[in-house]
Design a protein around this ligand. Structure first.
Ligand code: SAM
Length: 213
């Protein structure tokens, strides 16, 4: 079948990021999604402490480590082992962040509360859109629970979601907890995929949330 011009352009773009990741020694093409989002919104800064949930093979860890610099720290969490890095101030742990004990493990591995929590975790995809959407939102909800325990006041949360009917409710749950919540679709994310990211800025303290209610 002859691809439509749009499909052809998308394929070329995917190939472009795949090759770019190889040339620039990033472990995933997804790395560019984080780089592009941070170029636009600057939520990861020098000296930051970053927790990356669903981090294997480690492309976002590499990018976050560059953004935080030599005085920053990145903790990656994944079900799978992550090949070690040569740089200092990166730690990785094998853990399921949906399990209740994982939050304490994360807190024990970071020197202070995190400035940023990232989540690019993806469930096993079934191909049934409603199921995949629900699983992705479920992971995003669990990541939000972790973020609420490990973020410092004014910290940021960047999480993958799939477009769909549950997204609106998830955003409504997030909004009271942060000053600002926006949907982001980085250029490196496949146009035909329903994948998007939510960027939540300025995490509020429990007191601030209570005072507003
Ligand atoms: C798309 S990959 C992440 C890619 C990563 N951002 C990068 O640039 O290398 C999604 C990861 O989420 C992980 N994952 C899914 N569910 C998880 C869970 N409950 N706990 C920890 N990791 C999880 C998977 O094992 C997989 O490695």
């Amino acid at each position: 079948m002859i691809p439509t011009p749009k499909a052809w352009l998308n394929e070329r773009k995917n190939e472009y990021y795949f090759k770019k990741a190889k040339e620039e020694n990033y472990r995933s093409r997804s790395t560019y999604k984080l780089i592009q989002a941070n170029e636009k919104y600057c939520f990861i800064r020098l000296r930051d402490i970053v927790v990356d949930l669903g981090a294997a093979p480690g492309g976002w860890i590499q990018a976050a480590r560059k953004m935080t610099g030599k005085h920053g720290y990145v903790l990656g969490v994944d079900l799978k082992p992550i090949e070690p890095f040569t740089q200092e101030y990166i730690r990785t742990i094998i853990a399921d962040f949906t399990e209740p004990g994982t939050v304490d493990q994360i807190l024990s591995f970071i020197p202070r509360k995190a400035d940023v929590v990232l989540c690019d975790a993806a469930p096993n995809v079934t191909g049934v859109w409603e199921v995949d959407h629900a699983r992705q939102i479920d992971l995003a909800e669990k990541a939000l629970e972790i973020a609420q325990c490990v973020l410092r006041p004014n910290g940021s949360f960047f999480v993958k979601v799939f477009e769909g009917e549950m997204l609106n409710d998830f955003m409504l749950n997030m909004k009271p907890l942060f000053e600002e919540v926006k949907l982001v679709k980085p250029q490196a994310s496949r146009q035909k995929s329903s994948e998007m990211y939510l960027l939540a800025l300025c995490f509020k303290t429990t007191r601030e949330v209570k005072e507003e209610n």
